[in-house]
Ligand binder design. Sequence first.
Ligand code: DC
Length: 221
Amino acid sequence: MIITLDGPAGAGKSSAARALAARLGWCYMDTGAMYRAVALTALERGILLDDSAGIAALAEQIRIEFRDGRVNVDGRDVSADIRTERITAATRPVADAPPVRDAMKRIQRQMAEGLDVVTEGRDQGSVVFPQADLKVFLTATPEERARRRHQEEVSRGQSSTLAAVLESQSRRDDGDCSRPVGALKQADDAVLLETDGLSADEVVQRLVEMVEVCRRLRGLA
Ligand code: DC
């Protein structure tokens, strides 16, 4: 089975998707981390960020794996390296390039083949897995999302202010929604889950209930 969780930055997708996958005993795919890993490796190898063909080829060459909550590229743990401001900025043009998105779509489908997967990103339900068993679009107000992201950054030891997080989030939202390929868009058949006022546990509980309904409807439980 495939469950897709899409939505804007800071909607709580990553923690919800990770926790849901753990509860179900399924694989977890963080496609934002995959774009970040490709951008990091491109910078390390001196590939220009506007060389979309070169970056698409790189994406096909490297092996990205999620293991024990960590992200590995060719066996090297890059979990911390992909979360810096520099890599967040470098990921933008990488994720905007149609050839890279095309390569990532193929890679993501390959990674999920034959597995039970919870996958999160921007285009998982709308583009990569249009036949997913359950599609959820997770969102929250911009203020709530910025507050959560700010807390996350502080807990990682990064110096950050709420105002700066809100500003960079609004730039990312604009970019995510307006790019010609892979724009953030709720799939027509996705369930909308607004998470303002819900704790992380409550979000996961709602998702688990949706999965149960979905499995019952499909005669799997
Ligand atoms: O969710 P995140 O911040 O880790 O995502 C990193 C970048 O990748 C961000 O610019 C959005 C982009 N992205 C994308 O274009 N498509 C996805 N499926 C996931 C992330």
